[in-house]
Design a protein around this ligand. Structure first.
Ligand code: PA5
Length: 447
């Protein structure tokens, strides 16, 4: 099945006429993207990636995954931002909900832990504890090779590897995903002989999930990366070839810009499956970093439902009317649990006997979509046929493409991220990094 974008529930907020009126602007944004004539056009390598990827490297990724599966109880995935969220989103979407605590015989693939996405000593220390007595490998992912968070974690776990295996064997357990020829990580990898994988020059971090950045950890989890690429490739054909009137990605870009111009400055992605939490996190980075600049953009937020209906649900239903909601609807649950009738109906749930838990979940979703719409929150729906690789590949590509078009429609460069540098400058100054002496003095006065 295919990913479907459905804005029929938001027809009270976005009319057919408004969609028509938006068409020429959307098509112009789309052409800017496809003709590579807009700002940031040196970062459009992701557009053709699903068909035009390095097949030799793809094969090496699978071989490396097999080796890690055969010699490691644990894989550590070290990275942050675009070098982190895609892999985590995919692994959590595709794997068992309790992947890491399953018995090894059932899971058959290594436990996978993510590190280098914070600077928490507790987290690092606790993870060191988890590794005691276990064989492990490390996939260090950093395009620049100099990002503080992953660099720190890498130092710690590289040391641990060397202590456990000696330098030579440790080097065989380190996989570096980085720039093809430059940068600190590439230099170290060449020096130590780590196996390396490439983050292509023309693919930015948040668009890199379908490169080795995402693919190696995803393959280690046992997921089928061929199917993932097939899904992305089919979505690419659909969103690049289908006319506006039936093109979900273009329509999504249109609708969100129409809503923004009506004052809806927050978009909340809502899922009804806990395993989509990191898909939402990935989506937040994709849209937040692409559109939030030049004092513009839609603030991307996310809720996990129904959990957050018991907390943020109040605000969404009834608080400041600043948001619209995009529901990620997994149509086919991979599991079926039927509710039974109980002798004594203490909790009053017997009326659900014979119904499935997923029926209850979908009823909660459908009821919520209507309730939130009635509360003046336009609800958009993205139907995801199944929780499998093919659907996820489509979803990744659908959002990437919609994001490129939407960013151009907004009038920004969707492919840069100048704003993420400011905190680094201050942090380096406070840390006493050479070259930041003057900034340090200024900052210390302000602390
Ligand atoms: O989108 C981005 O550019 C960032 O999120 C980066 O991916 C993140 O900062 C990690 O950068 P690097 O891969 O260079 O370590």
């Amino acid at each position: 099945g295919n990913i479907v974008f459905d804005y029929s529930k938001a027809s009270g907020f976005v009319s057919a006429e408004e969609m028509d009126n938006m068409k020429s602007a959307v098509m112009c944004a789309r052409d800017t993207l496809m003709n590579k004539s807009g700002a940031g056009n040196d970062f459009l390598g992701w557009i053709d990636l699903p068909s035009d990827y390095d097949k030799e490297e793809f094969h090496r990724i699978k071989e490396a995954a097999k080796k890690i599966q055969s010699d490691s109880d644990v894989l550590l995935v070290v990275g942050i931002g675009g070098s982190y969220l895609g892999a985590r989103a995919a692994i959590e979407f595709l794997s068992h909900s309790f992947y890491n605590v399953l018995p090894k015989e059932t899971r058959k693939t290594p436990e996978i832990y993510f590190v280098g996405n914070s600077i928490s000593s507790k987290y690092i220390n606790d993870l060191k504890g988890v590794l005691k007595g276990k064989d492990f490998s490390v996939n260090m992912i950093s395009k620049s090779g100099t990002t503080t968070e992953p660099a720190i974690a890498f130092r710690v776990f590289k040391d641990m590897l060397i202590e456990k295996y000696g330098r030579e064997e440790a080097n065989k357990r380190i996989y570096a995903t980085t720039d093809k020829e430059k940068g600190a990580l590439k230099d170290l990898a060449d020096q130590e002989g780590y196996e390396t994988f490439v983050v292509p020059d023309d693919v930015g971090g948040r668009f890199s999930v379908l490169t080795a950045v995402g693919l190696l950890p995803i393959a280690v989890s046992g997921a089928d990366i061929d199917r993932l690429m097939e899904g992305a490739s089919d979505a690419r054909l659909a969103v690049t070839k289908t006319p506006y009137e039936s093109n979900g990605a273009l329509q999504y870009a249109a609708v969100r810009n129409i809503l923004l111009r009506k004052g809806k400055t927050v978009e909340i992605v809502a899922n009804y499956e806990p395993s989509l939490h990191y898909v939402s996190e990935w989506w937040k980075q994709l849209f937040g970093e692409s559109e939030g600049k030049d004092q513009r953009g839609i603030f991307p937020a996310a809720v996990d439902l129904t959990a957050d209906l018991h907390s943020m649900g109040q605000f969404i239903q009834d608080g400041a009317r600043i948001m619209f909601e995009t529901v990620l609807n997994v149509q086919e649950s991979p599991a079926e649990i039927l509710l039974k009738k109980e002798e004594v109906d203490t909790d009053g749930m017997n009326y659900l006997a014979g119904k499935s838990v997923d029926f209850v979940n979908k009823s909660a979703m459908n009821g919520t979509i209507i309730a939130h719409s009635d509360g003046d929150v336009p609800n958009l729906v993205i139907d995801i046929p199944e929780q499998d690789e093919y659907s996820l590949g489509q979803l990744f590509y659908f959002f990437e493409y919609a994001c490129g078009v939407s960013g151009y429609l907004l009038g920004v460069n969707p492919f840069n991220q100048p704003g993420v540098e400011s905190y680094k400058k201050n942090m380096f100054a406070l840390l006493g990094k050479p070259g930041y002496e003057k900034e340090r003095e200024e900052l210390l006065k302000r602390l």
